[in-house]
Design a protein around this ligand. Structure first.
Ligand code: GDP
Ligand code: IMO
Ligand code: MG
Length: 427
């Protein structure tokens, strides 16, 4: 079973970093396949806490080769500072491989992200402001800059010119901003070329050869299923495909190679940024989930919106990703509630609906239908086996599993690597 995909089953921040790090010790390659430094993955190893944005969480496992695939958008300054931050803490990053086909987040992409959000006013998406959307837009418009372009000054200059031609018109005439000079951008980008050169590789070839040799490859998603540009709550989404298919296009590996797809699922729900969220809480329960769960964004420091578990979403994630397993995280956060509501269906304009509606209007009207499950008070953070959990916590997990449509193969009971109950092994 060589190729596994690990992805977010909700709106991101499900604990993908922790889960990837946990598996990192038993895999040969960990690959990011989409997104960029909009991601914020927290990994806790012993008393050390790491916040990763662009680097795959496998970078903390010495035997594992971390790979940034062609589907990722890369801000070179962020990549280099993340690498040097880890080096200062004694982490060896020399094995990193960076796809020469990955697109670069240029300074003007970051500018465009910020000004378009401001221009949208109250209709804004609440992006991370990292230039993600505009960089993917340039890619699709075929005016993107790729890592390989840093190694041909003439081509780089032509491409930056092509990208800035229309953008400068828009920046100056529509957004009332100063035009961006081509040579300044080219100079800034060329300054990264030598520093990135040791990492640049044909990652598609490397990964396919590794799979032929029966090496274990783990694809780590950024964001989550409901933030997917095709399958998420459009337009309140990111600009890439975190869903399982994205691993194939974003790393250049055929779907026949993927043997397992693991959905990371928080025992409740959170969301950052704008957009519909049926189980969102505006009361003291929401406040308590935020406080106990430490629900503050790793990338932007924004408070995360919090709500109860939504089984409709989990079922949807199972379907669009072909999930084979769930990794349920943060069960410990729910300790202390007498009863825990779980959303089992929606009521939309007076009708009960069991599955996620494709229509944006319907989803905006969706009201959660709750079932109450009994809570528990015992500290579960030291639980090592499913049997160590109190009966009501076991029943909560079993109920979620039944509603969500795939087996729960691991349970997180704390942020640390070892604070995990492993039920079925992943590899
Ligand atoms: P990611 O973006 O999916 O990697 O998730 P984040 O790192 O943004 O957010 C998840 C947060 O929950 C991090 O602070 C993790 O350290 C923490 N975490 C992960 N799993 C667990 C768990 O099982 N219990 C608790 N209490 N915290 C967890
Ligand atoms: P991880 O990998 C949660 C959200 C933003 C915004 C929308 C679009 O840590 O789970 P973008 O900057 O991508 O154009 O913003 O997507 N978003 C995330 N929310 N976790 C993330 O990453 C996210 N990455 C982007 O808040 O609503
Ligand atoms: Mg995160």
């Amino acid at each position: 079973m060589p190729a596994l995909v690990l992805l977010g089953a909700q709106w991101g921040d499900e604990g993908k970093g922790k889960a990837t790090d946990l598996l990192g010790g038993s895999v040969d390659y960990v690959v990011r396949y989409q997104g960029g430094n909009n991601a914020g993955h927290t990994v806790v190893v012993g008393d050390q806490k790491y916040a990763l944005h662009l680097l795959p969480s496998g970078i903390l496992s010495p035997g594992c080769t971390p790979v940034i695939g062609n589907g990722v958008v890369v801000d070179p300054s962020v990549l280099l500072s993340e690498l040097s931050g880890l080096n200062e803490r004694g982490v060896d990053t020399s094995k990193l491989l960076l796809s020469g086909n990955a697109h670069i987040i240029t300074p003007y992409n970051v500018t465009v992200d910020k000004v378009t959000e401001r221009f949208l006013g109250k209709r804004k998406i609440g992006t991370t402001g990292r230039g993600i959307g505009p960089t993917y837009a340039d890619k699709i418009n075929r005016v993107g800059i790729r890592v390989q372009d840093l190694y041909d000054e003439s081509i780089l200059t032509q491409k930056v010119e092509a990208a800035l031609d229309a953008k400068n018109q828009i920046l100056t005439k529509l957004y009332n901003r100063r035009a961006i000079a081509v040579d300044q951008v080219v100079e800034e980008l060329l300054a990264y070329a030598d520093k990135l050169a040791p990492y640049v590789a044909d990652t598609v070839l490397v990964l396919n050869q590794a799979l032929e040799e029966d090496k274990v490859v783990l694809f780590e998603g950024g964001q989550g299923t409901l933030l997917d540009i095709d399958h998420g709550t459009y337009p309140f989404v990111t600009s890439s495909n975190p869903t399982a298919g994205g691993a194939c296009t974003g790393a250049g590996v055929g779907p026949t190679k993927i043997s397992r797809v693991i959905g990371i699922l928080k025992a409740y729900t959170t969301r950052v940024g704008a957009g519909p969220f049926p189980t969102e809480l505006f009361d003291e329960d929401g406040e308590a989930l935020r406080r106990i769960g430490g629900e503050r964004g790793v990338t932007t420091g924004r408070d995360r919106r919090c709500g109860w578990f939504d089984a409709v979403i989990a079922r949807y994630a199972t379907r669009v990703n072909g999930l084979t397993d769930f990794f349920l995280t943060k069960l410990d956060v729910l300790t202390g509630w007498e009863q825990i509501p779980v959303c089992v269906a929606y009521e939309i304009d007076g009708k009960r609906v069991e599955e996620l509606p494709y229509s944006q209007t319907d989803f905006h009207h969706a009201k959660p239908v709750y079932e109450m499950l009994p809570g528990w008070n015992e500290d579960i953070s030291k639980a090592k086996t499913f049997g160590d959990l109190p009966k009501n916590a076991q029943a909560y997990v079993k109920a979620l599993e039944e509603m969500s449509g795939a087996p729960i193969s691991a349970i997180g009971v704390g942020p640390g690597r070892d604070e995990t109950i492993e039920i079925n092994s992943f590899i």
